[in-house]
Design a protein around this ligand. Structure first.
Ligand SMILES: [Zn+2]
Length: 341
């Protein structure tokens, strides 16, 4: 629908006045000879897997890239199934930016795409495992992935054995920590510069600008959450582990790292007692996933509900129209819920 149509329109328009040459054409030749406008008028044809990747590609790529996002706005990304036309779109990309471990179907299609410049954001920062008590959807349960607390000396000791490869990731929600997201931004900037060396200077400049904004956001979170009545918050799915760790908070997720896992009655009971002990005021739900359990829990415990947005997509309902704006809203919601002074 609209995302692809918009892209096609722009590409075709861009094509009209420009010479087609160089890298863009070279790597775009592998696919069909359809009128899909892969030539892109000299723009780098970038495919992003879902919103947090799209935002980086747009901010850093600026005018030099044409970004298509596989996950349409408003679609919960974790369970995305790709349309056949999206798979072929993927094969024609010049540069793919994704985050392995969030969307299994996307991971698979990208592995088969044969595209030269494929960047997995998870490799640009360090992943950790969070919330091992709740059960994960991402298929890498409980694996520590060279987490910051784990020195090289531990390797091979903290065994769960067979899955413990370099690929075995932890919690993929790195974009919700502005510091980790800035690390990823740096890596994206470097890789775009490599993929499209003629515009390297612009990509570096855009990267610096974005990293500056993310650092300012980090400072705002640190300052805004320094003094609070409670450090504990309850969320719908366990997306905020990195954020909690960064600012010394304690996240309790109703569901695991993927939003679809249904909590057991025991889990609900546990959360009820956490809420009581830790003086929790608010149960957070989110814009894309079901809010039924969060609302029931809040009702049963007499707590408020509010939105804490995991930013897995931006819609009309989002409290802000881009990553930075929604993160500002998240900070305000956390300050209110935690009783910031
Ligand atoms: Zn998630």
């Amino acid at each position: 629908m609209s995302v692809m149509n918009v892209r096609r329109r722009i590409s075709t328009a861009a094509l009209a006045g420009t010479t087609v040459l160089g890298l863009v054409t070279l790597s775009a030749c592998s696919g069909t000879s359809s009128a899909d406008g892969d030539e892109g008028g000299g723009k780098l044809d970038v495919v992003a897997s879902f919103y947090p990747m799209q935002f980086l590609a747009e901010q850093i790529g600026g005018d030099h890239v044409e970004v298509t996002t596989l996950t349409r706005p408003g679609v919960e990304p974790h369970d995305l199934e790709l349309q056949p036309r999206q798979a072929s779109e993927l094969r024609r990309a010049d540069y793919i930016l994704y985050l392995k471990g969030v969307q299994p179907a996307v991971d698979e299609a990208i592995a088969q795409s044969g595209v030269k410049h494929v960047v997995d954001a998870a490799t640009l920062t360090k992943l950790e495992s969070h919330g091992a008590d709740v059960g994960h959807d991402h298929g890498h349960e409980g694996e520590e992935h060279a987490g910051e607390e784990h020195g090289a000396g531990h390797e091979g000791e903290d065994q769960a054995g067979e899955e413990h490869g370099a690929e075995a990731g932890g919690d993929p929600h790195i974009w919700l920590d502005p510091v980790k997201y800035a690390e990823v931004a740096q890596g994206v900037g470097d890789s775009l510069a490599k993929a499209d060396p003629d515009r390297a200077a612009d990509y570096r400049k855009n990267t610096e600008a974005l990293v500056g904004k993310l650092k300012a956001l980090d400072t705002e979170f640190a300052d805004g959450l320094r003094n609070t009545t409670t450090r504990t918050f309850i969320t719908a799915h366990s997306a905020f582990g990195y954020l909690a760790e960064r600012y010394g908070l304690d996240q309790h997720g109703i569901a695991g790292i993927g939003p679809e896992s249904e909590p057991s009655p025991a889990r609900i009971k546990e959360l009820q007692s956490v809420a009581k002990q830790e003086k929790v005021s608010t149960v957070f739900f989110e814009t894309l996933a079901s809010d039924r359990t969060a609302k029931t829990l809040a009702k049963d415990t007499g707590l408020r509900t509010d939105v804490l947005d995991p930013l897995e997509g931006i819609t009309d309902k989002s409290r802000g129209d881009d990553y930075l704006a929604v993160m500002e809203s998240n900070l305000a919601a956390l300050q209110k819920a935690l009783g910031a002074k």
